[in-house]
Design a protein around this ligand. Structure first.
Ligand code: IPM
Ligand code: MG
Length: 352
């Protein structure tokens, strides 16, 4: 097949890790006989520097004309003093909203070979775990009204029934594709938005009698994740709770450098990015872990291009590179060989 992919490297380590993901997609295209056309676009701090805004119009229209978007990371100390709506992160929120990408899938899988990198005692991690966080991505406190009033500041959490319903359905559908278990995470003992969330989820439950459903309060969920991650299959939750819980879950897989994500709306179009940030402290030093970016590319193949065998081949190649003992610094273990960003990516491509 032929496909158009927009690449947004962004800031910090974004360009280094994105490069490895693109090279991996090219290797997959070669092996399986596809043609992928890549076009680079600006977003984040680099866009501010070159165009004055974090999300230039041209970037949004380029994304709309493509089959999928591969994104690195945005942000850095250089742009931290800018007002909120002009910061690099505003570009990221803006593109998620502009493209209608309300469903963010964040799979957290502990690889067998990375057992030592997981901070949990081995009896807690067991044979590893495989869970999926479904994060609502275009609503909630991220997009509610915010501002300053004298010496005070406020942010607003707001969810409509239809926003909850569409992300809730993604949660149930994901559970059906996996082990059939869904945990909806909220703070219904305090927040009105969470009480509405729960009501809607309970109504949806009737449409998915085959899915084992439960509710969990977010503070408990944060605790349960480190107590027994294997109890979870799919977690569905709001924008802010999903942001926080996915960083927590990522560390259980060894490092935040491991977790990919897919941001989806209606249809097959999607934006794919690691869940981590731009790590300006190690930018340009060939030390960043490219695995989250590479696994995001695999998700792109599966979800937007309908190429599951190609996606699985990349995931297997990642596992193979790990079993050869190659590790970036963030997941380094005893008896392993330290690899730079490019060497790690190269090992995945060799395995592919
Ligand atoms: C993420 C990031 C972003 C978010 C930041 C950079 C705005 O933390 O994708 O998880 O909070 O959504
Ligand atoms: Mg985050």
């Amino acid at each position: 097949m032929t496909a158009k992919i927009t690449v947004i490297p962004g800031d910090g380590i974004g360009p280094e890790i994105t490069r490895e993901a693109v090279l991996t997609l090219q290797a997959a295209a070669e092996r399986f006989g596809h043609t992928f056309a890549f076009t680079e676009a600006l977003m984040g701090g680099i866009a501010i520097d070159q165009t004055g805004v974090p999300l230039p119009d041209g970037t949004v229209s380029l994304c709309r004309e493509s089959d999928a978007v591969l994104l690195g990371a945005v942000g850095g100390p250089k742009w931290e003093s800018l007002p909120g709506h002009l910061r690099p992160e505003a570009g990221l929120l803006g593109i998620r909203a502009a493209l209608g990408l309300y469903a963010n899938l964040r799979p957290a899988v502990l690889h067998k070979a990375l057992r030592d990198a997981c901070p949990l005692r081995s009896e807690l991690a067991g044979d590893g775990f495989d869970l999926m966080i479904v994060r609502e991505l275009t609503g909630g406190i991220y997009f509610g009204e915010r501002g300053r009033e004298g010496n005070a500041a406020f942010d607003t959490e707001r969810y409509t029934v239809s926003e909850i319903e569409r992300i809730g359905r993604v949660g149930f559908e994901q559970a059906r594709l996996r082990r059939g278990k869904l945990c909806s995470v909220d703070k219904a003992n305090v927040l009105e938005t969470s009480r509405l969330w729960r009501e809607v989820m309970h109504r949806l439950r009737g449409d998915y009698p085959d899915v084992e459903y439960r509710d969990m309060l977010v503070d408990n969920a944060a605790m349960q994740l480190v107590r027994d991650p294997r109890q979870f299959d799919v977690i569905v939750t709001s924008n802010l709770f999903g942001d926080i819980l996915s960083d927590e879950a990522s560390m259980l897989t060894g490092s935040i450098g491991m977790l990919p994500s897919a941001s989806l709306g209606e249809g097959s179009f999607g934006l794919y990015e690691p869940i981590h940030g731009s790590a300006p402290d190690i930018a340009g030093t060939n030390r960043a872990n490219p695995i989250a970016a590479i696994l995001s590319a695999a998700m792109l193949l599966r979800s937007s291009l309908g190429l599951p065998a190609e996606a699985a081949a990349i995931e297997a190649a990642v596992a193979e590179a790990f079993s050869q003992g190659l590790r970036t610094g963030d997941i380094m273990g005893e008896g392993c060989r330290l690899a730079g960003t490019a060497e790690m990516g190269g090992a995945v491509r060799d395995a592919l």
